[in-house]
Design a binder for this molecule. Structure first.
Ligand SMILES: Nc1ncnc2c1ncn2[C@@H]1O[C@H](COP(=O)(O)OP(=O)(O)OP(=O)(O)O)[C@@H](O)[C@H]1O
Length: 310
């Protein structure tokens, strides 16, 4: 990914002590959006989702849950500016999103680090792009700071290939937060990380989000993760023609811990409601192409929705 070449720098520099800077929040709006792709069989088109509207407030943590194929990643790509809706509009702070920008950073399941660069340089390149007027030492200090905030103080010189999945995702999050985006798009960021590591990185994410104040939109299949992290959770029906069926408020006070959640009636109620929704929508998306049949299943033990190719 050529960050420097393709992404606009931030319009203004901010003080180095950004972790308390609440001005980095951004409101995300998706209004009556639909997305139509050419069908995979090459014949005709398919409408992945339609009439989707979401207002994600400044500093809010919103998660999107739905079965495979309902268009969650497509929605994130549209918010990130990598794609456009077929109809409807997407806005950040009331202005149309016209392409990618460092005001909206994406963290991918696959980490998306540049493999030929050290962990430090992966973050530094993004910081340099975001704050072009900073000198080398400012950029380096800022980079080190964010690596340290993600618990990566010692591994800056290592190449991504020499890091565990958890560490790579810490670098991805450090890079995303270091540019002080208005909004963060997280596409199943913990899906490839083992359960124990996942918990500690989730805690770090919440800590960083709490201090930085960025708006977050996260796609996940993990119901427990969504409840632990989110202010609200949007539930999508199956594609094609998926819609946002309901938006659930997570009325559990912060800070939240897993131990407290296990004892919490509100948590059990929310979990049951979301799992019920997913079970009710656990059907084969028959209108899609034969080439993309998907079987969905969930393990109601761990609240994780899994998908496997037919
Ligand atoms: N560029 C594209 N061209 C054609 N079809 C596409 C394109 N991108 C996505 N699709 C189709 O759109 C549908 C939604 O894809 P998307 O990845 O957004 O779903 P998702 O809900 O994120 O699924 P998952 O949970 O499996 O990641 C899928 O059927 C996919 O094949």
């Amino acid at each position: 990914m050529q960050l420097e070449a393709t992404i606009e720098p931030q319009s203004e520099n901010k003080a180095d002590d950004v972790m308390s800077d609440q001005s980095s929040q951004g409101q995300l709006s998706i209004r009556n959006a639909s997305k139509v792709f050419a069908s995979l069989s090459g014949e005709g088109e398919v409408c992945v989702f339609e009439d989707v509207s979401l207002e994600i407030a400044n500093g809010e943590f919103m998660s999107i849950i739905g079965h495979s194929g309902c268009g969650k990643s497509t929605l994130l790509n549209i918010l990130a500016g990598f794609d456009t809706p077929t109809t409807g509009e997407v806005l950040v702070d009331g202005k149309p999103i016209k392409g990618p920008g460092l005001d909206r950073m994406v963290v991918f399941q696959s980490f998306a680090l540049m493999p030929w660069m050290s962990a430090f340089d992966n973050v530094r390149v993004a910081v340099r792009s975001a704050f072009p007027s900073w000198d080398k030492s400012q950029v380096a200090a800022h980079t080190s700071r964010y690596l340290q905030l993600m618990g990566l103080g010692d591994i800056g010189k290592k190449m991504p290939a020499h890091l565990s999945g958890g560490m790579r995702q810490r670098v991805g999050l450090a890079r995303a937060f270091a540019v002080q985006p208005k909004a963060l798009m997280l596409d199943e960021p913990f899906a490839q990380i083992d359960a124990l590591t996942r918990g500690s990185i989730q805690d770090e994410l919440v800590r960083m989000w709490d201090k930085a104040g960025a708006t977050v939109c996260m796609v996940t299949h993990d119901v427990d993760e969504a409840i632990l992290l989110s202010d609200r959770i949007a539930l999508m029906t199956n594609g094609p023609n998926a819609r946002v069926a309901e938006i659930i408020e997570v009325d559990i006070p912060r800070p939240r811990t897993r131990e407290q959640l296990i004892e919490s009636e509100a948590y059990m109620r929310l979990r049951a409601r979301i799992l019920r929704f997913l079970i009710d929508h656990n059907r084969r998306p028959s209108q899609y192409d034969d080439t993309m049949h998907v079987i969905q299943a969930y393990d109601t033990q761990d609240g994780d929705v899994a998908s496997s190719p037919d």
